[in-house]
Design a protein around this ligand. Structure first.
Ligand code: UDP
Length: 213
């Protein structure tokens, strides 16, 4: 896989369309492995089947300089895309030019747009109470037939977390969008990844606020 490292953050050198194709591939492979390698997975309960994507901008790159945990999380991500023209611009000085910006909102919107025809289910997590619900309504109007299997605001206690994860897994989403701001959302995804059954988790910052309008 082609990557360029910018101040310790390894970025995938890809366009938004390529990123989307990789995510679909993750999902298809994940489904295959969950039926064929079940035995293997039971032997390895810690091994997570979910993949996670980071859309990283310059702020994340800078934050990672001082945040060891974030650095490790970024290194373990399955895909890191350049969410900002600053990163795209910097990439050519660090070895190879990233072809274009892949903004979290744009990637999410592309996934949502294609979801009805592909039968992809989505779950929205994050934003103030009422925001993910409003975003769901809007997305359902934009992309008729889309299966939004659930949503939950992003201000929950540690005690509520188990219930929320059970709720997510019950809906069997292909995509879990976590909109709790960076790097909070990345840390949340990483900490819970092994409990999330399948699909792709993506931190999308304030995207639900944008959809909610
Ligand atoms: N958010 C959340 N839970 C939190 C904190 C923030 O769901 O504990 C949501 C917030 O409602 C907003 C999004 O995360 O929709 C981005 O929040 P913020 O502006 O604080 O983060 P930033 O944009 O600075 O990354």
């Amino acid at each position: 896989k082609n990557r360029v490292e910018i101040l310790g953050v390894p970025f995938d050198i890809i366009t938004i369309d390529e990123a989307y194709r990789i995510l679909v591939d993750f999902i298809n492979k994940g489904q295959r492995s969950s039926s064929f390698n079940r035995q293997n997975e039971e032997d390895n309960p810690k091994q997570s089947r979910a993949k996670f994507v980071i859309t990283a901008n310059t702020e994340i790159v800078m934050a990672a300089q001082e945040d060891r945990e974030l650095q490790e999380i970024i290194k373990k991500a399955h895909l890191v895309v350049a969410d900002g023209i600053g990163v795209v611009w910097a990439s050519k000085y660090f070895g190879e030019k990233i072809p274009e910006r892949v903004a979290g909102f744009d990637l999410m919107n592309l996934i949502l747009k294609k979801a009805p025809e592909r039968g992809h289910r989505v779950f929205l997590l994050g934003g103030k109470p009422g925001v993910p619900e409003a975003a769901s309504d809007r997305i359902a109007k934009l992309y008729p037939g889309i299966q939004i299997v659930g949503c939950h605001h992003g201000y929950f206690s540690h005690e509520e977390e188990d219930k929320i994860i059970r709720n997510i897994n019950q809906g069997k989403p292909h995509f879990l969008f976590v909109a709790m701001g960076a790097p909070r959302q990345e840390k949340w995804i990483f900490r819970n990844l092994s409990r999330i059954d399948t699909g792709v988790c993506i931190g999308v910052g304030g995207s639900l606020d944008i959809f909610a309008g």
